[in-house]
Design a protein around this ligand. Structure first.
Ligand SMILES: C[S@@+](CC[C@H](N)C(=O)[O-])C[C@H]1O[C@@H](n2cnc3c(N)ncnc32)[C@H](O)[C@@H]1O
Length: 314
């Protein structure tokens, strides 16, 4: 029986018709899942699709853990005779200078001019009733979410590689600031005159707890999904060292058809969140919302979900 966490990953994905009267999709880590046409139709060809087998050649469906039963899943392609063939595309790998270049060219489609709706809705899970806490914003860009929590009376520490992003944050927030070079790593620290906002201009992978201590809360939007996949473990290991006892992290992940768009943002499978944080933290999924917008159509995808997790130090 697959675990709940595995089932979480089956929320949205593509199934393809095969020649042997079945449908299949690629599993995120091993081979294909294959089910019979009959199961496919009875499970998924509901009123949305109004479909018969012949009309379903390649379609995107929503599946929840309640309508996907373990009997219909065959995760080992060797057992069911399906030959593995790569239908993924290579992810886009970006280095810090590539991101700086994006800021110079004003290619910052990730920036939102309003406070993130899920932060507003779930702020109590981040703050947990605490006042004047220290909140970390990894890969912060010029997120207006920082000003929002600052205005609620909390201290803000961000890390961002782009000087443009940092100076625009202070200017657009009407906060005066000073800049000081860092002595132990390459970079600068931008500080509001009241000292309650500090943004480190450096490579996140150089940042460490000796610079600004540990944090009571972390808001991870556009950060884990921006990190190259091969750096994800180093990223989360670093974040774990930055969590103070009692720290709550709110993490936004994205899910879309990664066989079509190479990112960033990258897909983060739900199971990976449980795997990667589960040793030190409790992980709870709070919600999944549809965030597909007109602009995503140019990526070739037809759907995108955002999920929010709360990750708390055990
Ligand atoms: C997808 S954006 C998200 C920004 C912000 N969190 C938001 O929600 O608008 C990722 C940001 O991380 C920065 N970045 C990427 N890699 C970095 C690294 N290794 N160290 C520091 N900043 C980095 C980029 O310059 C960019 O501003």
């Amino acid at each position: 029986m697959p675990s709940k966490n595995v089932l979480d990953d089956f929320h949205m994905f593509s199934w393809s018709a095969t020649t042997n009267n079945s449908f299949r999709r690629k599993g995120h880590n091993s081979g294909y899942y294959q089910i019979s046409s009959q199961s496919f139709i009875s499970l998924f060809a509901d009123s949305h699709l109004g479909a018969s087998q012949s009309s379903i050649q390649h379609c995107r469906v929503f599946i929840t853990s309640s309508n996907l039963s373990s009997e219909t899943m065959e995760p080992d392609e060797k057992e069911n005779g399906v030959e593995e063939k790569s239908d993924t595309i290579e992810e886009t790998v970006l280095c810090v200078d590539d991101w700086r270049q994006r800021w110079e060219e004003k290619r910052i489609g990730f920036h939102q001019t309003t406070v993130h709706e899920l932060l507003v809705e779930y702020k109590d899970r981040l703050l947990a009733g605490r006042e004047h806490i220290k909140i970390f914003f990894p890969l912060c860009g010029k997120s207006v979410d920082m000003k929002w929590v600052y205005d609620l009376g909390h201290d803000v520490v961000g890390v961002e590689a782009s000087k443009i992003g940092i100076t625009e944050f202070f200017e657009e927030s009407s906060l005066e600031y000073t800049v000081e070079p860092l002595t132990t790593i390459t970079g600068n620290c931008y500080k509001s005159t009241d000292g309650r906002v500090q943004i480190y201009e450096c490579d996140l992978f150089d940042f460490n707890k000796d610079l600004a201590g540990q944090f009571d809360a972390i808001w991870d939007r556009g950060a884990m999904v921006a990190i190259n996949k091969d750096q994800r473990k180093s990223y989360t290991s670093l974040l774990k060292t930055l969590m103070a006892p009692g720290c709550h992290t709110l993490l936004c992940t994205l899910f879309y058809d990664a066989t079509i768009w190479p990112g960033p943002p990258h897909v983060v499978p739900h199971s990976e969140v449980y795997d990667i944080y589960g040793d030190k933290c409790t992980v709870e999924k709070l919600c999944t919302v549809d965030v597909f917008e007109e602009k995503h159509k140019s990526w070739g995808i037809t759907g995108m979900d955002e999920s929010l997790f709360v990750i708390s130090v055990k």
